[in-house]
Design a protein around this ligand. Structure first.
Ligand code: ADP
Ligand code: NI
Length: 217
């Protein structure tokens, strides 16, 4: 199989696997991350094949929906890529990226790093901010039956991994706990630039949200 055919087969596999996925984590999220990643790769010295495979497979099995098991995603990806006879060193790199990608709250530093990881991580983070990020946050909050906002519940800026996973706070808090921090965590020059723009849009949104909440606009 050529690299192009492998990418094509991977798209089909991911679409099938994510058919019943929750809205913020569906095929369209994957497609946006894939597009973001390809865009960023143009200005980064990264292997575009590895970047694309990792982008496409990065949410193939979210630990959140498998009782917190963080091995299922990388395992599923590896088994699939082995079935296409992808080179073992590429499979290993892709699974390392998937394993090390996710933001788990707090200041956890990732033990694995590569340019390809940096690109996919930026691409995934971009999809959590800006207009799409706002939509995904409220979609996820609704899925979890969380309120939009409660003035009595302040954001918690120093949650550890377990507290972060168990949080039941309203969705607006998520902006302060995670989304507004993402622009300073970007790895690549292109990612930083895109994140700055999306960040400004979220700030405008929040200002308008609170003004409307308080009846002053
Ligand atoms: P990903 O796997 O894409 O890196 P997550 O699994 O952390 O991201 O979250 C998926 C989407 O749901 C993101 O857009 C994220 O902002 C949103 N989300 C996650 N946790 C919360 C939360 N507690 N409140 C609102 N939105 C959330
Ligand atoms: Ni993702």
């Amino acid at each position: 199989m050529t690299e192009e055919q492998i990418i094509h087969a991977t798209c089909a596999f991911v679409q099938k696997e994510l058919k019943n996925a929750e809205g913020g984590h569906d095929w369209w999220h994957i497609e946006r991350v894939w597009k973001n990643a390809r865009g960023i790769t143009i200005t980064e010295p990264a292997n575009a094949f590895i970047v694309q495979l990792a982008a496409l497979l990065h949410d193939i099995a979210d630990a959140k929906f498998y009782e917190g098991d963080e091995n299922i995603g990388p395992q599923k990806a590896a088994i699939f890529l082995e079935s296409l006879a992808v080179a073992p060193e590429i499979i290993q790199h892709v699974t390392l990226i998937i394993r090390n990608l996710s933001f788990k709250g707090g200041n956890i530093t990732s033990p694995f790093y590569s340019t390809e990881l940096a690109v996919v991580q930026d691409a995934d983070r971009l999809d959590a901010i800006g207009a799409i990020g706002i939509a995904r946050a409220f979609n996820y909050g609704g899925f979890k039956n969380r309120g939009m906002y409660d003035p009595a519940i302040a954001p918690d800026l120093h949650m550890d991994k377990e507290t972060y996973k168990k949080s039941t706070a309203p969705t607006i808090n998520h902006f302060y706990e995670k989304l507004l921090q993402l622009k300073d965590k970007m790895n690549t020059a292109t990612g930083k630039k895109m994140a700055a723009e999306r960040h400004r849009f979220m700030e405008t949104f929040l200002q308008q949200f609170f003004d409307e909440w308080n009846g002053v606009r």
